[in-house]
Design a protein around this ligand. Structure first.
Ligand code: F6P
Ligand code: MG
Length: 477
């Protein structure tokens, strides 16, 4: 806490905030789904595995107890030791913050605590240690993104073919301009992929998701990107390609957010950066424990690649309700196969790397990174650009604090801003109260949009994922 900014953070006690709505309405739903999921898995355990059955039932009860504590606004209790060093950090902060109750607590800390506490229940068991209570949801949502996945796979393959064609008669300026446009398109695909995280799915239907993902929707939504610094990131990558020697590494890091469709679009961007030689290596940075429902853990990466290895089997397998699906056409299978082969090759060549770190699931903001995770801080300096995906990463970069919305992004990210040695492009569809870097009057304009919050005092426009920001900070200056 000592490294955090002085600005007050959003609190679950403020009825005008999304923090309040989240705690009151979303968390119980998320816990109920977790209980349902585990109940299903426990029911499938053979009766002979008595120890596993008993443990599964006990964890289900503990999840129900957690839900009870939340809904009865009980005090947050210290986390039980599960052998990982971050437990001490969580408990130290809990002690420093005094007596927190669920509905009167800093949103960021408490939400991290919620997922960390769920993780301890499994980590402390013998038979459920590696069980991901959100995995079923992650995979089935990816399956429901079939239309968008196939559309993007076709588009990507076509682009790769065009990139290999002869560019006679085209000036280098034209080639560069075309590349910039393509880079921005790839970033936009990647950005809108963030509109679909599962923790918000408590209010979105699968049909809504499909609508968010197609190319038409993307074009229509360009005007909804209210801060757009993507081009600045392109300049940096283009310049590095010009100035660095052919043997020198040019790395782009992606601090991942959600699994499934969002990870798929992250890989589209990563594959594009590598094939266009805008980077020589891409490091993907997942979490180590199940997090905020849909965040990527290494197993999700493996699941995605496996799904793409045999898309026919994955997309046509009947679901629980017995619903069956149309087979993929031969062309669709080829498109997906092209992606699968390219990504697998990049992975095998060590150019597409997965590097998890515990820091991403620590309780605090990224203002603490230089002190709490100096190894990671140093590592990130080695990248040309670090892309931070999603809403939670944005909240952590800005400490989830109630900054005036015109505060420059570079100010709001504190020690990760100018002079840090780290270049940041943070993409996020807005799903929380915090927003910075807006021009004067923009927040007021958006509040006056339908469902924007009006003069209720609530910044409702920033809660639904309809609006987005892509903010850049050049920490190497
Ligand atoms: O509940 C907190 C929150 O940040 C939401 O605002 C958001 O919907 C979700 O968690 C996570 O979003 P993301 O997956 O984009 O980080
Ligand atoms: Mg997420």
């Amino acid at each position: 806490m000592e490294y955090d900014p002085d600005q007050p953070q959003y609190s679950t006690s403020d009825p005008k905030s999304f923090a309040y709505t989240s705690a009151l309405e979303r968390w119980p739903v998320i816990l109920t789904s977790a209980i349902d999921d585990l109940y299903r898995s426990v029911s499938n355990v053979p009766a002979a595995e008595t120890e596993k059955l008993a443990e599964g039932k006990a964890i289900t009860e503990q999840l129900a107890k957690l839900k009870y504590e939340l809904q009865h606004n009980r005090q947050l209790t210290p986390l039980l030791d599960d052998g990982e060093p971050d437990i001490a950090e969580y408990n130290k902060e809990l002690e420093q913050r005094g007596q927190l109750t669920w509905y009167n607590a800093p949103w960021l800390y408490t939400e991290c605590y919620l997922y960390r506490r769920i993780a301890t229940l499994f980590a402390r068991s013998k038979h459920w240690k590696n069980y991901d209570v959100f995995a079923r949801q992650k995979l089935s949502t990816f399956k429901s993104s079939r239309a968008a996945v196939l559309e993007l796979a076709a588009r990507y393959r076509k682009l790769a073919k065009e990139a290999g064609e002869d560019k006679k008669g085209v000036s280098s300026e034209q080639i560069e301009e075309a590349e910039r446009l393509l880079f921005v398109e790839m970033c936009e695909i990647c950005l809108w992929g963030n509109a679909t995280d599962l923790s918000l799915l408590t209010t979105l239907t699968y049909e809504d998701i499909q609508k968010l993902q197609g190319s038409e929707a993307r074009k229509a939504q360009e005007k909804n990107i209210i801060v757009n610094d993507m081009s600045a990131a392109y300049d940096v990558l283009r310049d590095a390609r010009k100035t660095k020697g052919p043997q020198e590494e040019r790395r782009v890091d992606i601090v991942l957010d959600n699994a499934g469709f969002e990870l798929f679009v992250d890989l589209i961007l990563a594959g594009y950066l590598l094939s266009a030689n805008l980077a020589t290596t891409v490091v993907l940075r997942p979490k180590v424990i199940p997090w905020f429902v849909s965040d990527v853990i290494p197993q999700d990466f493996a699941d995605l690649i496996n799904a793409l290895r045999d898309p026919q089997a994955f997309y046509t397998a009947p679901d629980d309700t017995g619903r069956t699906y149309e087979p993929l056409s031969a062309a669709q299978e080829e498109d997906v196969d092209f992606l699968f082969k390219q990504w697998s090759q990049f992975h095998a060549d060590g150019r597409l790397v997965l590097r998890p770190h515990r820091f991403w699931t620590s309780p605090g903001s990224y203002w603490r990174m230089p002190h709490v995770a100096p190894d990671l801080f140093e590592e990130l300096k080695g990248a040309e650009v670090v892309l931070f995906k999603g809403d939670l990463n944005y909240r952590k970069l800005t400490s989830d604090a109630a900054w005036p919305p015109t505060t420059p992004f570079t100010t709001a990210i504190g020690p990760l801003g100018p002079g840090s040695g780290i270049r940041i492009l943070s993409f996020r569809t807005c799903k929380a109260d915090v927003v910075v870097g807006l021009p004067e009057g923009e927040d007021e304009r958006l509040r006056n949009e339908p469902n924007g919050g009006g003069d209720s005092g609530a910044r409702k426009w920033a809660w639904s994922g309809k609006w987005a920001v892509a903010s850049f900070s050049d920490g190497k200056k």
